[in-house]
Ligand binder design. Structure first.
Ligand SMILES: Nc1ncnc2c1ncn2[C@@H]1O[C@H](COP(=O)(O)OP(=O)(O)OP(=O)(O)O)[C@@H](O)[C@H]1O
Length: 507
């Protein structure tokens, strides 16, 4: 039998949107199958159906040739289907083993045999090259390791089909290489993998076949080896796309942000950012390059006021703001596209239009003498949603939680750019976005620069930092290693600096 899973002519409708419209996906045993589609195309919905979280309105699912009804995730597990979600479901003060047996042994009322379970987890970890310590606490291990724990959880439950929903979105470039190896190891052992990803490079490196969907419809399934990245991108968005970022040389003006000897403690109360000096001028984009966890969060949180500084000064438009409140900084022209869109970006239970006016609702024309002007709010929000192509079932009145991840991200970016801030801090702005949206967001960041504003871009994507920034500041271990002009550098030079080697070879 060729296919281990077949999803045939699947339809799923939500209020105002047909998320899946006659979609067919057939998974061969032992393959890595990529699922590619624009933000909001319906990928997560389709996988949630396969994992029993939603029921399709129409269509058939077959597992190992037999028609099945996957009423809930327990049924999916019993059929050998497991899923790693974008947001992990782990208890942070429990160990790896406790997390893996939680909800399995516990739910089934089996006597707990932690040692036996840990032994089995260790064996699985070795067999699939996962390198996970069964006794480590979740809060002490990296996000990449936590993801492996989620993979182990599926293997522990004997999953044959593994669904990974945008697994690389939370990983560093090196962890992504390791994940690709892990996926290849899984299929070498006879498992089958479906992976949702927007990264065409990863599809090329890892997948055997790729199914492309657009606006809820199947466009086709291709063999990855014989299809180029550009061809897949064009199938996905339905038009030609360029991966190149067009921009004129910058025209830097006055200093907008100045950091002088800034030292900021991290969560462990030791300096995460040390004696840091940087200037960002009007009309330029300064990128921060560095391996995750080398002071970027401390830098951003200190500038936005989410974290206090231990020493040094933050100067915005010539005025010291080192100890100003968050609100005061916003009012003085700092906008922030945060890394964690669900925690800091959107109030998920508010509608989109409510989220679009979070910072400005007290201003005219949105309110007058404490009374909200609904018409003005609707007009403002609709304008943002339209220009940033935020797709949702019910437009401005959609509850933010119902949007696909990528569309939530676009809404946040739109809201922050619309404030027309003198300093825009963009942290991982294109994480989770499709290539068409990335192209658009890059244009808007450059457009913001060209209107004489300052942009500070923090990204783990080296391509993005090099292509979008004018100058690049490289950080390592909380220190500034050096600043280079983006037009005069390359990935190698930046990579060395990221490893702590200063320009010219000095440590
Ligand atoms: N629970 C829900 N209620 C209402 N609408 C929903 C719900 N879940 C998804 N949708 C809508 O269905 C469509 C498809 O969303 P889905 O999350 O499947 O997209 P996606 O392809 O995974 O996108 P992304 O790449 O941005 O994660 C979107 O328009 C979304 O707003």
């Amino acid at each position: 039998m060729e296919f281990v899973v077949e999803m045939l002519n699947i339809r799923k409708e939500f209020p105002g949107v047909v998320a899946n419209d006659d979609i067919t996906l057939q998974l061969r045993k032992g393959e890595i199958h990529a699922l590619l589609g624009e933000n909001g195309a319906g990928k997560s919905t389709l996988m949630s159906i396969l994992f029993g979280m939603y029921q399709p309105d129409r269509g058939t699912i077959k597992v190992r040739g037999e028609q099945v009804k996957i009423a809930n995730p327990n049924v999916a597990n019993k059929l050998g289907i497991g899923m790693v979600h974008q947001h992990f479901k782990l208890v942070s003060n429990f160990t790896v083993t406790e997390n893996i047996i939680l909800g399995n042994e516990l739910k089934r009322g089996l006597a707990l045999n932690i040692k036996g379970a840990a032994r089995r987890i260790e064996e699985l970890s070795k067999r699939y090259g996962l390198n996970v310590d069964p006794y480590a606490k979740i809060e002490d291990i990296s996000v990449g390791m936590q993801q492996r724990v989620e993979i182990l959880k599926m293997l522990y439950r004997d999953a044959e089909v593994l669904i990974l929903d945008e697994p690389s979105a939370v990983l560093t470039p090196q962890e992504i290489d390791e994940l690709i190896k892990i996926m290849k190891g899984l299929v070498a052992e006879g498992k089958s993998v479906i992976v949702i990803t927007h990264k065409l490079k990863e599809i090329k490196a890892a997948a055997d076949r790729c199914t492309v969907i657009r606006r809820g419809k199947t466009i086709g399934t291709v063999d990855v080896a014989t299809t180029s990245e550009l061809q897949m991108a064009e199938m996905m968005v339905g038009r030609s796309v360029t991966f190149k970022v067009e921009k004129k040389p910058s025209q830097p003006g006055d200093v907008i942000l100045k950091l002088e000897g800034l030292t900021v403690n991290n969560n462990k109360n030791v300096p995460g950012l040390k004696d840091f000096n940087l200037e960002v001028r009007a009309g330029e984009i300064v990128g921060i390059a560095g391996v995750e966890g080398n002071g970027q969060s401390e830098l951003v949180e200190a500038i936005t006021g989410l974290r206090k500084s231990e020493a040094g000064r933050i100067i915005l438009n010539g005025q010291e703001i080192t100890s100003h409140s968050i609100r005061n900084r916003i009012n003085n022209g700092v906008a922030h596209i945060p890394e964690d869109r669900q925690k800091r970006g959107l109030v998920l239970d508010y509608t989109l239009e409510e989220n679009m006016i979070l910072q400005v609702y007290k201003r005219e024309p949105f309110s007058k003498r404490g009374i909200l002007n609904k018409g003005a709010i609707r007009k403002y929000a609709s304008g943002i949603l339209e220009s940033f192509d935020v797709r949702s079932g019910r437009g401005p009145v959609s509850v933010s939680r119902s949007l696909s991840g990528g569309n939530q991200q676009k809404a946040i970016i739109g809201r922050e750019i619309e404030l027309d801030p003198s300093l825009l801090i963009a942290v991982q702005p294109t994480r989770g976005l499709d290539v068409g949206s990335i192209e658009y967001i890059h244009k808007r960041l450059i457009g913001h620069r060209d209107r004489g504003k300052a942009v500070l871009l923090i990204s783990l994507e080296l391509d993005e930092v090099i292509n979008v920034s004018d100058r690049i500041a490289v950080v390592n271990n909380g220190e500034l290693i050096g600043i280079v002009n983006a037009a005069e550098t390359n990935e190698n030079e930046i990579g060395l600096m990221m490893a702590g080697v200063g320009k010219g070879g000095d440590q």
